[in-house]
Ligand binder design. Sequence first.
Ligand SMILES: *Cc1c(COP(=O)(O)O)cnc(C)c1O
Length: 388
Amino acid sequence: MRIEKADRLQKLPPYLFVEIDKAKRKAKEQGRDIIDLGVGDPDQPTPSRIIEKLYAAAQDPANHHYALDAGMPILREAIAGWYARRFNVTLDPDTEVLPLLGSKEGLAHLPLGLINPGETVLVPEPGYPPYRSATIFAGGRPYYLPLLEENNFLPQLNKIKSSALTKAKLMFLNYPNNPTAATAEEKFFQQAVKFAQKHKIAIAQDAAYSEIAFDGYRPISILEIAGAKDVAVEFHSLSKTYNMAGWRIGWVCGDREIIAHLGQVKANIDSGIFQAIQIAAVTALDTAAGDLQNLVKLYQRRRDLLCQGLNSLGWKIIPPRATFYIWAKLPQGHRDSIKFAQTLLKQAGIVVTPGVGFGPSGEGYIRMALTVSEGKLEETVARIKKII
Ligand SMILES: *Cc1c(COP(=O)(O)O)cnc(C)c1O
């Protein structure tokens, strides 16, 4: 018997990394020494104080039950406290904060709570793939917002077709940005909030990298903008900030209506987050600022090493102010990002992500993640020097 997949899966765009994944698997099987800059998965361990808290909380039978859908009050209060300290924004922990099983979970479920079939969602490209797939799963139509270098990788909201605007109900934003590493300032967020109010569009701003920023730079929250809390929600993650990617915990905060709609979807899908993880997350938010500082210093050293190394070979990379990605324009004479990534893998054993995989405007770039040691980054530069 042949079981056909649902139309919504057929509608997803083709997966562009099939060949690269195959080549990577083969190279690893052959025992080749691969340097993998392809995945955005932190290489450092979770700070031990957070693990110890998890260990203690896991031993308490009170934490073995189904958790509350809305998250434990102590976690929602810790999130509100962290937000107030970090952004000077006041959140009501009961109605304006919702813990998530990782921010990807909430981003992916949000369109189910907001979008009717045929409605439009404004989706940045290149971009984090779930914005697009979640839109398609909800029956919505993605309208792509190209992020171009000439516009500092910010979408040009005044260029959106009016026919798209009448049906648009939601816009995804993501700053600091994956994959371009671009950042957004107050002025852009002000424009975005005004635009959203005018056209009655909800904003979902993904702030997964808000804490990974360099040279003293501190990204702002969209919720700092006057009026934002009536149109916008912001997604946060503990994955990158505290090296907790495998733990699956994050949150969304902001507009209480949007949060209630997402909460209703989630109440029908999951049954909360393991309480021991929620309790450990409180420890992260309340006590791990020092660990975070050290982590940022580590990424900053890696960023400098890789950018300086590649620039000494004639690449033209501007060191990013945030995220742990280098979004590198291909060196002179190269235009096809998939071909270039294949060359790096075959000839140098280096895995990078071709930009076009994040959307057509990503063509001509590759993304390199700073999630390997300084030694391996030095080796990366040395190997590239030999082949290009
Ligand atoms: C890593 C990442 C997330 C993350 O993740 P969770 O682990 O699900 O909290 C969300 N958005 C972007 C752009 C990311 O790169």
